[in-house]
Design a protein around this ligand. Structure first.
Ligand code: PLP
Length: 472
């Protein structure tokens, strides 16, 4: 006769009962909303004393358990005072959005079900939902119906995926032998205005940082096509193998769009993979007014678009889309008996960098479904309009706009007699009234103002301009 098995009760702090969860969740929802309102009225910049925080952290020795509701209040306080607020309407910053509400709901759902998206066998509904959104985005970009792809944790992961696909298609023995399978060293081409993660990507992909060609620009922040052709020819003569051309559609610094159709032509003529890094600018596809700027994206072998940038979902929610789904399967194929299914074209673990995967795509699915393309067009066009307003206001004060982008980034320089650009940025940040960045455009230092918040108002624009002018 076996003894009766006795188990301890589940750890109550980790798995509280339903009444406790509901009470804590309701309070958290209210507290978050209150904090959101206070943030809009307060400083964009962190105000917290880091030394004091370290002292507080030192008291967390994780020995005695503490009540979760107190811990949540503590955490909210630290975040309210301890981050640059991307959810402040005067954060005119890097491409970090104030997260839209449907995507926050998606995070809540994904966190609760915690589905494992490695396989379609474990998570048929999430895998189908993600694949549906990817197909819709491919269609929107004008790519073929049988295009495929997946959600990534970042634009960098998507760009990395593009390079590995390009290498694998260029030389099938790359899978077994790596870079030494090529007849010579390989090279990839982007412009000197590219997002610098490419340096890490070539390193990570094993082709080395010397493989990255930063093609010169045309004086307006766009890749110079004559320089691109010249660089490719010069490499070929030296026995170097060109594998990837990656124009940027919406450069990080200035929102410029490289000549996409021309890059496509050069790539096609030379048999090189053509990848468009539209991490931020890809959102222009939602707008009938702006999507023409991306003409040529439809010819891409692959595209990167980040939903956690201009689509304003929570981070990180990138997308990799390709017209060659088979190459993805070639690159990421693997066999694992323990996995619940192996549907080659569908199972994410057979087509992506990741294995365990969070349900990232729900963020964009819910946002797109709730807003429709037209709702997103309002969001994107509004940002472009706010940018125009900033431009007008600053021009009226004698500032010069250096870049000619129709997307939501301005690169500006002050009138003569103002402090140096770095000093202006520093003083604005110190004031807490707004957040702006220092950047380089065509080799010159500029102040970068980017509209990333969906609710920035005219009063916010006036406050930004006042903060900039106050530095004079
Ligand atoms: C054009 C471009 N590509 C790629 C990236 C990298 O994206 P992520 O930060 O999601 O890795 C960025 C980031 O700002 C970007 O602007």
């Amino acid at each position: 006769m076996s003894a009766k098995a006795i188990l301890p009760a589940p750890a109550p702090a980790l798995f509280p009962d339903r009444a406790t969860r509901t009470r804590i969740e309701d309070r958290l929802t209210r507290d978050l909303a209150d904090a959101g309102e206070r943030i809009g009225q307060g400083s964009v910049m962190p105000t917290l004393d880091r030394a004091a925080l370290r002292e507080e952290l030192a008291r967390f020795d994780f020995e005695a358990p503490q009540p979760l509701d107190e811990l949540l209040s503590w955490t909210l306080g630290k975040l309210e005072h301890g981050v640059v607020h991307m959810n402040h309407p005067r954060y005119f910053g890097l491409f970090n959005p104030a997260a839209n509400f449907p995507s926050q709901c998606a995070d809540r759902i994904a966190g609760s079900f915690n589905p494992q998206l490695a396989s379609s066998g474990s998570s048929p509904a999430p895998v189908e939902i993600e694949a549906h959104v990817i197909r819709a985005m491919a269609r929107r970009a004008g790519m073929p119906e049988d295009s495929a792809g997946h959600f990534t944790t970042s634009g960098s992961e998507a760009n990395y995926t593009a390079l590995v696909c390009a290498l694998t298609r260029a030389e099938p023995r790359f899978d077994a032998e790596g870079a030494r399978a090529f007849a010579g060293p390989v090279a990839m081409y982007t412009s000197r205005e590219c997002q610098p993660a490419w340096f890490k990507i070539v390193h990570q992909a094993g082709i080395g940082r010397d493989a990255l060609r930063l093609v010169g620009t045309d004086g307006h922040g766009r890749m110079d096509m004559a320089a691109l052709s010249k660089a490719i020819e010069a490499d070929r003569v030296r026995g170097i193998v060109p594998v990837l051309i990656s124009p940027t559609a919406g450069t990080t610094g200035a929102g410029m769009i490289d000549p996409l159709s021309e890059c496509a032509r050069i790539a096609r003529e030379r048999g090189i993979w053509y990848h468009v890094d539209a991490a931020w600018g890809g959102a222009a596809l939602v707008s009938q007014k702006l999507r023409g700027l991306l003409a040529g994206i439809e010819l891409a072998d692959s595209v990167t678009i980040d939903a956690h940038k201009w689509f304003a979902t929570t981070m990180g929610c990138g997308m990799f889309i390709t017209r060659h789904p088979q190459v993805l399967s070639d690159v990421f194929r693997v066999s694992a008996e323990f996995m619940p299914s192996s549907v080659t074209q569908l199972d994410p673990y057979l087509n992506t960098v990741q294995w365990s995967r969070r349900f990232l795509g729900l963020r964009l699915f819910l946002s797109l479904a709730a807003a429709g393309w037209s709702g997103y067009a309002v969001h994107v066009e509004r940002a472009a309009q706010v940018t125009e307003l900033v431009k007008e206001r600053l021009a009226a004060c004698g500032w010069t706009v250096a870049n000619d982008s129709r997307l939501a980034v301005l690169c500006v320089t002050p009138p003569a007699g103002y402090p140096a650009i770095r000093d202006i940025a520093r003083r604005v940040l110190e004031s807490g009234r707004a957040w702006v960045a220092v950047s380089k455009y065509e080799g010159r230092e500029v102040l970068r103002v980017c509209v990333t918040h969906g609710e920035t108002s005219i009063a916010d624009v006036d406050e930004l301009v006042a903060a900039l002018e106050a530095t004079a």
